[in-house]
Write a new protein. Structure first.
Length: 258
């Protein structure tokens, strides 16, 4: 019995050695860089190199009104208020009216306004049951954003500007004024505290209104620049258009800070 002990020791030692080698071999793949990459070890560097397609162009602070978008049921026009480079308020200054459009507008426009502020872009969902209104809203919203970005790029946003002070030109669009013959909306360019340009971006159209508009609006534009305020005389034969023009002009001047 005593003679068998050395053999048993040798067998046990050999078994221990083999077990150690097997253990070392089983641990080696875990330290393989290739296996770490396969398990997602390279994901953090990749994520660090995939920013969101570059920074979006900033939008200028202030209030800006997009172009009116014509839809099958009427015009839609959006006005944005921007502060700190972000949309803080969105509102539809024009929306389809009359008949069922009133119900559709009242149900959809508040949602679209909220969506514009939340998205900070024109990439918003269409409101169910208001496809045309939503499409027009998005189009006018994009127009407003484009204008705000252009203002930021030229330093013409309110509260901005590099050394230009009050002499720097600003373009402001007044609220839409509804008249008996259609909407009137005025845009003014202000520089050095004076109106340097006035133009009607919306006027009554169709039938006799075309002739009245063609005659009255150029005179009203000139009068606004000459007066430097909204205290301008009505053009003979264009009482309603003149009143709407003055109302929208005053709104634009208010936005421009008087």
């Amino acid at each position: 019995m005593r003679k068998s002990h050395p053999v048993r020791r040798a067998v046990l030692a050999t078994a221990a050695t083999v077990s150690g080698i097997v253990l070392l071999l089983s641990l080696k793949p875990a330290s393989d860089p290739g296996s770490a990459a396969a398990a997602g070890g390279a994901a953090p560097p990749a994520a660090a190199q995939s920013p969101q397609g570059g920074a979006a162009q900033p939008i200028g602070n202030g209030t800006v009104t997009g172009d009116a978008a014509q839809t099958q049921y009427g015009a839609v026009q959006v006005r944005l208020t921007v502060s700190g480079g972000k949309i803080t308020r969105a509102e539809a200054v024009q929306a389809p009216k009359g008949g069922q459009s009133d119900q559709v507008t009242s149900g959809s426009v508040p949602r679209l306004n909220q969506a514009a502020v939340a998205a900070q872009s024109a990439d918003i969902d269409v409101v169910s049951g208001a496809t045309y209104t939503s499409g027009g809203y998005k189009k006018s919203l994009q127009s407003a954003l484009d204008k705000a970005r252009a203002a930021a790029g030229s330093g013409q946003g309110s509260g901005e500007g590099a050394g230009g002070g009050s002499a720097q030109a600003r373009t402001v669009t007044g609220d839409v004024a509804q008249t008996q013959y259609g909407p009137v909306q005025v845009r003014v360019t202000v520089s050095g505290g004076k109106i340097t340009k006035a133009e009607a971006v919306q006027t009554p159209k169709g039938g006799q209104s075309d002739q009245v508009t063609a005659n009255a609006v150029p005179k009203l534009n000139q009068a606004a620049v000459a007066a430097g305020d909204a205290e301008i005389d009505a053009v003979s034969g264009a009482t309603y258009t003149s009143a709407g023009y003055r109302q929208s002009l005053q709104s634009a001047l208010d936005k421009a800070g008087g």
